[in-house]
Design a protein around this ligand. Structure first.
Ligand code: VG1
Ligand code: CO
Length: 562
């Protein structure tokens, strides 16, 4: 059938500014007439001349409004001269799977439909993110350009009569304005499963999960939290590695509202999993992922919690257990600034380069492309390597299983051994979600003023019988070592003489009000098995006092503690 595109007049919407990871708003905002259309047109416009004849990957975590958004993308892409879209079946692709597909097919980029760990469903959040040709989240320069375009947009191009079904795999070709426009609907997991098989020794992992004559099965409980990873967990853990579908996996059907839960793998929102693993000592490992599958939480027997900062350090210390690193070699390591510095100690011992970048996975991409970074992570339950350009939840669990299979040790024993070797970076994060934006802004302004005082360095603060002397304070800024781009205002850091630190940031992923994050950590050489919350209580109290958080926000308690 021959189709024609039309030009639709439109006017700008306020606030289409991508945050830490894409544009996230309430579903009802994306549903407003022309809202989604405007944003998609601006992404395509920001791609410039490269757009003509290009191929893009499209998919997401399947949350409410994904299908409508994909229909809009198909009709706008066809009208704008895109030659081909590769779409996950029923619109389903995890964020790591999109990254892998972009790299495998060497295409211009991908549009990811997700608000990640934010709740979904008609009353909750939707999101749109663009990944560039290296497979990673678009850098600030690109998202700033998109934002500028959204403030000037006057029209978008659309192919109103293009009806394209993406429920079944296969290739469909349309004639749009005299050009061929191809939609290829692909299996959501095939490419990703192939990649994982190249990275890990699946035979060895299968022996671990199924058990052998000499070793009972290693019991896992893998929780997809009703998010997109269910599709991949079924393929990898159940079909490939022989996990029991009744007892080793849960919540593996992707639901468009995530079953009304918050698909965020932490001790608060994945409490259900934590309680199950705590109550049933047969489980050796529990793991959970977020809505779009890039985050992971790892717990051991009886729900022994592995902080993401420690998880990164342990993986860094054991990369020889993973075939991919044996053949590709290990270049440097990196972490986001607020992430605990456990991995820095591993880097120092192994003689690897170590980078500290702002919060957000987009800051790792250049270093990976330049061959200087193999493994990186964030305290926000993100771990990944240069196999793709996104953090990767399932990859992290397979990495842990590889280490466990190799060392034949429990998770707790692996951690204890690690801390005995390197000392321990105790870490915690307090989140105050949905605060009033004005109040949060005032608190940050107060902190800016506090650290600007030339007499601030050297001041002493006490709590819980401990005294902390300020050594250094700043608002973190970063110069990318590869392209020299500068990113400022990435969080207020107060570093104390004893090596402890508190960091304050406003979240860039929420859709309502402001979320304040307070990060605290401290290093202990020999006292390595105490309770993290007890250990960090004094420094957190100092952090709260310095920021006057309670006074500004009226909040007595955080909503989430990690
Ligand atoms: C949060 C995390 C950050 C992560 C980002 C995206 O950002 O702190 O480390 O990269 O979410 O993760 P913020 O600005 O809210 O602190 V995902 O899984 O939501 O794409
Ligand atoms: Co995510």
């Amino acid at each position: 059938m021959t189709l024609s595109s039309i030009v639709v007049p439109t006017t700008p919407f306020e606030g289409q500014k991508p945050g830490t990871s894409g544009l996230r708003k309430k579903v009802k905002v994306f549903m407003e007439k022309n809202y989604t259309e405007n944003f998609i047109q601006c992404i395509l416009d920001a791609l410039g001349d490269k757009l003509q004849g290009s191929t893009l990957i499209v998919g997401g975590d399947g949350r409410y409004f994904s299908k409508q958004a994909i229909n809009i993308i198909i009709r706008i892409a066809a009208a704008n001269g895109v030659a081909k879209l590769i779409i996950g079946q029923r619109g389903i692709l995890s964020t790591p799977a999109v990254s892998s597909l972009i790299r495998t097919h060497k295409v211009l980029g991908g549009i990811v439909l997700t608000a990640s760990h934010n709740p979904g469903g008609i009353r909750n959040d939707f999101g749109i993110k663009f990944n560039i040709d290296n497979g990673g989240p678009a850098p600030d320069s690109f998202t700033d350009a998109v934002y500028d375009l959204t403030r000037q947009i006057k029209q978008y191009k659309f192919t109103p009569d293009l009806d394209c079904d993406f429920a079944q795999t296969g290739v469909q070709t349309f004639q749009v304005d005299g050009r061929d426009f191809v939609v290829e609907v692909i299996d959501s997991s095939e490419n990703y499963v192939t990649l994982m098989k190249q990275i890990f020794d699946f035979e060895k992992l299968r022996e671990l999960i199924k058990g052998t004559a000499n070793r009972p099965p290693f019991q896992v409980l893998i929780d997809s939290m009703n998010g997109v990873t269910g599709v991949y967990v079924t393929r990898i853990f159940v079909e490939e590695l022989g996990a029991n579908p009744d007892t080793n996996v849960r919540r593996i059907i992707p639901l468009d509202n995530f079953g009304e839960i918050h698909p965020d793998p932490n001790l608060t929102y994945a409490k259900d999993l934590v309680d199950k693993v705590k109550a049933d000592a047969t489980y050796d490992l529990g793991a959970a992922f977020d809505g779009d599958g890039d985050r992971n939480m790892i717990i051991g027997k009886r729900a022994f919690f592995v902080t993401p900062s420690d998880s990164l350090a342990v993986i860094a210390n054991n990369l020889e257990c993973i075939p991919y690193f044996k053949s590709n070699g290990v270049h440097g390591f990196a972490r986001s600034m607020p992430t605990g510095a456990a991995v820095d100690r591993v880097a120092a011992k192994l003689g690897k380069e170590m980078f500290e970048v702002p919060t957000g996975w987009k800051y790792f991409g250049n270093l990976m492309d330049a061959g200087r970074l193999s493994l990186c992570g964030e305290e926000s339950f993100g771990t990944g390597s240069d196999h793709i350009r996104e953090k990767d939840g399932i990859w992290a669990v397979l990495a842990w299983l590889s280490i466990i299979a190799h060392k034949n040790m429990s998770i707790e024993d692996i951690l204890t051994e690690h801390w005995k070797t390197y000392g321990r970076n105790y870490f915690t994060r307090y989140d105050y979600e949905e605060c009033d934006s004005n109040d949060a802004g005032k608190m940050m302004a107060h902190l800016e003023e506090t650290i600007a005082d030339p007499k601030f360095v050297g001041k002493e603060y006490s709590a819980g019988g401990k005294t902390y002397k300020v050594k250094q304070a700043d608002n973190f800024s970063y110069v990318d070592p590869i392209d020299k781009s500068v990113t400022k205002n990435q969080g207020i850091r107060i570093l104390f003489e004893d090596g402890s630190r508190v960091i304050y940031r406003l979240s860039g992923t929420g859709s309502t009000g402001a979320t304040i994050r307070l990060y605290a950590d401290s290093y202990e050489k020999s006292n390595v098995t105490s309770d993290a919350q007890d250990m960090l209580k004094p420094v957190v109290e100092v952090g709260l006092e310095l920021s006057r958080l309670k006074e500004f926000t009226g909040r007595d308690e955080p909503t989430v503690i990690t």
